[in-house]
Design a protein around this ligand. Structure first.
Ligand code: ZN
Length: 402
């Protein structure tokens, strides 16, 4: 029997193995002290095969990874079940998760980010199947910050080389209006406010398409557009009793969230509709504004393609000065009454029509371009960056206070 150390009680080296109720014990033969109970060797392999114990085995690193993997897979599966996704989605998400965890980049992620990784895999799978799951939904399920989630999502997309299609707006409209309370006739909703769901979805879809064609969707969050389009569609289906209802009240009655940019999207959509209305002779005489144009949304949508082509001039066709990028904001004539806006403008995204910042100058000035970096630097130029003795004293005095 190899030496197993000394007895802590009497110091004797005579330790013997003894089985007590099928449990191995190490007992001191001199004083009877039980030195250790249970397994006498660290692992089974060491005992039987006399092999070295791998580092990862002794530290449990491998087990930790697989435990993390199992835990993660279970979370991905749970998430799929909670979201009531089709069965095939679960398999794809799990396989993405396994692939991601094998990737060295994701080995050392914090536990928090590893949880998000599972959510990202579900999110990617949904996008690839055109399932309208938004990042906001999945973040609220995972109690995650959107910035953190977006970071993990982008690195997952990059490392695994995944192609992630954009959110399908049509599907988003359908699911977003699914739980629409104004179609279900609850007690607290006045009768004229109740709307047929099919009709509402159809018109909302048309308005969202119109928004897409007129550059109101690109680069924007999709939900505010859907919200604005749904409100406009709902109002236009029965304008008389609904025109006085505000967007906020509508969202409250319909049990929808009101995302702040929705008001802006609504006003942009109305602006496009007004421009379209100015192309119809029988509407021009009414001198429509953003309220009264709602009554004619149905007509305008019907002749959408024709009206859009007429209301906006083609690119390159615009008059000089109106869309010159060097000239700052467009002329004030656009802000006038719609029927007074005779000048057609090109169809452009709102960020180009109303730039908030000074536009970037295209090329550096001649003086900047001529600088080579080899010019002499005078002492006077450098000295202005050095503290004078008086400044040093003043600085010292100020620092003494800290
Ligand atoms: Zn002893």
């Amino acid at each position: 029997m190899a030496a197993r150390g000394r007895c802590p009680e009497c110091g004797s080296e005579a330790l013997v193995e003894d089985s007590h109720y099928a449990q191995q014990q190490l007992v001191c033969a001199s004083c009877g002290c039980v030195v250790s109970e249970g397994l006498l060797t660290t692992t089974y392999t060491e005992e039987e095969q006399l092999r070295e114990v791998a580092y990862s085995q002794s530290t449990g690193q491998k087990e930790q990874l697989s435990r993390c993997l199992q835990r993660g897979i279970r979370r991905v599966q749970d998430l799929c079940k909670v979201l009531q996704l089709p069965g095939a989605f679960e398999e794809t998400s799990v396989s993405y998760f396994q692939r991601a965890l094998q990737h060295p980049r994701f080995h050392l992620l914090s536990l928090e980010k590893k949880e998000l990784l599972g959510g990202c895999c579900v999110f990617v799978t949904c996008r690839q199947h055109n399932w309208p799951l938004t990042m906001g939904t999945i973040c609220s399920l995972l109690y995650a910050k959107q910035e953190l989630f977006a970071g993990v999502f982008l690195s997952l997309q990059k490392e695994l080389g995944l192609s992630v299609p954009a959110l399908s707006l049509a599907d988003l409209v359908k699911t977003h209006l699914n739980g629409f309370r104004l179609c279900q006739r609850p007690a607290d909703v006045p009768a004229p406010f109740v709307e047929d769901k099919e009709q509402l979805v159809t018109r909302t879809l048309q308005l969202v398409e119109l928004a897409g064609e007129t550059w109101l969707v690109t680069g924007r969050h999709p939900l505010p557009i859907v919200t604005a389009a749904a409100f406009l569609a709902w109002q236009s289906l029965r304008p008389c009793p609904r025109l006085s209802c505000s967007l906020a009240r509508f969202c409250q009655l319909a049990d929808l969230d009101l995302p702040p940019p929705a008001r802006l999207r609504l006003s942009e959509l109305l602006d496009v509709l007004l421009r379209m209305a100015s192309q119809l002779a029988w509407l021009r005489v009414f001198r429509l504004d953003k309220k009264s144009v709602v009554k004619h949304v149905g007509d305008l949508l019907q002749h959408r393609i024709f009206l859009l082509r007429n209301a906006f001039c083609q690119e390159g066709e615009e008059e000089r000065g109106e869309a010159d990028p060097g000239q700052g904001p467009p002329p004030a004539q656009q802000k006038g009454h719609p029927s007074e806006r005779s000048g057609r403008r090109p169809l452009l995204p709102p960020c180009l029509l109303k730039p908030r910042k000074r536009l970037r100058t295209a090329a550096p000035s001649a003086w900047e371009a001529a600088v080579t970096g080899d010019e002499p630097i005078s002492d006077g130029e450098i000295e202005q960056y050095l503290r004078s003795p008086e400044e040093i004293r003043a600085f010292r005095r100020a620092k003494a206070w800290q």
